[in-house]
Design a protein around this ligand. Structure first.
Ligand SMILES: Cc1cc2nc3c(=O)[nH]c(=O)nc-3n(C[C@H](O)[C@H](O)[C@H](O)COP(=O)(O)OP(=O)(O)OC[C@H]3O[C@@H](n4cnc5c(N)ncnc54)[C@H](O)[C@@H]3O)c2cc1C
Length: 445
């Protein structure tokens, strides 16, 4: 029989919440420290007066294959609140937008011509969809693999502009397993939660509190230290309040873990600091009318097309404007290095930059359509997996006994997502439970 442990979780994103659920279910005392004033992390949303649903700060949806999060929602008895739809994603070719979100749609895409290129594109897509063997793919880059198997022309027309858009200076170094993961498991049907992702996070928090989990909002951890005797101290808030725990799970970025625990053994610390990631800048607009005349949801914009953003997402072509008091919700977003000027421009300056881009999609667009705008930025949005990335993933069990780490940078080969945040959060909880059982067996043996 293991004793009741006191466990701290840093971060109330989907990973931290999922871990708290399993740890509390196993009978342990769990405290979550969350720097923001709300739960949900990167998937959190915001709500305006008159809106029935919240809007995610960064566009979010689920794929029908997201079994970890959809399974958890079912387990919580909330499965009836998941909504799936089939909105349309499009890609630009010669100033026209064409559907591009499935192999059949891509095969009809005129940018590939009708000859050998289309055949190679189709065969490569089919292979990546069918194979489960991603390991050999991580030894090569998307650039090298696609040039070899799909051909230079297909790669340069279809994939390269998207890679450059997402990964900027790292585009040619990203390994092929990343692309495999994206093409392997994604679906054209996209899902959300009744009320938005924030509604799910809030309902989950109510369930967790009902199980005895203490969720401390607006309280950032500043330091994690090992105490003599083996307990782990978490220091929080401006008052530098310290509390001691048997185990601590950190779910923040690798860089933040390195700052919280600068004394972590050298190799592990170096590994955390060597991980690369991109940030994201997303401007959300509430408009008095629709922008996409065709009703498209997601505009994928090749970097070489000269737009001021990488994606334009009309959320209300996925979910109806009635959920948002009649507002039409439009996101304009980009993935960028944290030193990019978009991280320092004001909301107004960014709007000025973005408006010509929106006008290229709908020439009638006018500033007077905008009722309100919101700007959200994060410096940790998209991990960058370089060649042989599996060797560089930090272990969930850090070398400091009792301290665990679960972040977006470790869900590889999968791309980051709430689905994989739940998976890794629950995996970390499982390890914490296993270790405590082993320690209990060791001390009684
Ligand atoms: C632009 C963008 C689009 C995305 N689109 C999708 C999508 O369509 N579908 C999807 O499923 N996923 C999407 N994702 C990814 C998804 O949001 C993440 O994978 C997921 O939310 C990560 O959850 P997490 O718990 O690992 O981390 P986070 O959500 O980052 O949670 C970590 C938490 O730690 C808190 N924290 C930070 N510092 C401290 C501190 N010092 N003390 C205490 N707490 C702290 C943070 O405030 C945060 O709440 C997207 C992400 C971005 C950026």
């Amino acid at each position: 029989m293991t004793k009741r442990l006191h466990i701290a979780i840093l971060g109330a994103g989907f990973g931290g919440l999922a871990a708290a659920y399993d740890l509390a279910k196993a009978g342990h005392s769990v405290t979550i420290y969350e720097a923001d004033g709300h739960v949900g992390g990167l998937a959190a949303g915001f709500k305006e007066p008159g809106w029935a649903w919240s809007v995610e700060k960064f566009y979010h949806h689920w794929f029908a294959s997201d079994r970890h999060i959809l399974g958890l929602i079912d387990e919580l008895g909330l499965g009836g609140k998941v909504v799936f739809k089939r909105p349309y994603t499009v890609l630009l070719h010669k100033n026209r937008w064409h559907p591009f979100d499935s192999i059949p749609a891509a095969l009809m895409f005129p940018g590939l011509g009708w000859g050998l290129d289309k055949l190679r594109f189709g065969l490569v897509g089919l292979y990546l969809r069918l194979t489960n063997n991603w390991r050999p793919l991580e030894t090569t880059t998307v650039d090298a693999w696609m040039r070899k198997w799909a051909g230079d022309r297909v790669y340069e027309r279809m994939w390269e502009p998207l890679m450059v858009g997402k990964f900027g200076p790292y585009a040619r170094q990203v390994n092929m397993a990343w692309m495999w993961a994206r093409l392997h498991a994604r679906t054209t049907r996209l899902g959300t939660y009744q009320g938005g992702f924030q509604a799910f996070a809030d309902e989950f928090a109510v369930i967790l509190r009902g199980m005895g989990v203490d969720i401390q909002l607006g309280l950032a951890a500043n330091e994690v230290t090992k105490l003599p005797g083996g307990r782990i101290a978490v220091t929080t808030g401006e008052s530098q309040t310290m509390a001691a725990y048997h185990k601590v799970l950190v779910t923040t970025s690798p860089g933040l873990l390195a700052r919280l625990m600068p004394g972590l053994p050298g190799d592990y610390l170096k590994g955390l600091l060597a991980l690369k990631s991109m940030g994201a800048v997303v401007l959300t607009l509430a408009l008095d009318r629709q922008v996409s005349a065709e009703g498209y949801y997601w505009y994928n914009i090749p970097k070489d097309a000269g737009f001021p953003f990488l994606a334009m997402v009309e959320h209300t072509n996925f979910l109806p404007p009635e959920h948002f008091g009649g507002d039409h919700i439009l996101y304009c977003g980009d993935y960028l290095e944290s030193t990019h000027e978009y991280f320092t421009l004001s909301e107004e300056e960014l709007l000025e930059r973005f408006i010509p881009g929106i006008r290229r999609i709908n020439p009638a667009f006018d500033r007077s359509w905008i009722r309100k705008a919101w700007l959200h930025r994060t410096k940790y949005a998209q991990p960058v997996p370089l060649a042989e990335h599996s060797r560089n993933i930090p272990d969930i069990r850090t070398p400091e006994e009792g301290v665990y780490f679960a972040s977006m940078s470790q869900v590889y080969p999968w791309d980051r997502g709430t689905n994989f945040a739940v998976e890794i959060g629950r995996r970390a909880a499982r390890m914490m439970l296993e270790d405590s059982r082993e320690q209990a067996a060791g001390s009684s043996g």
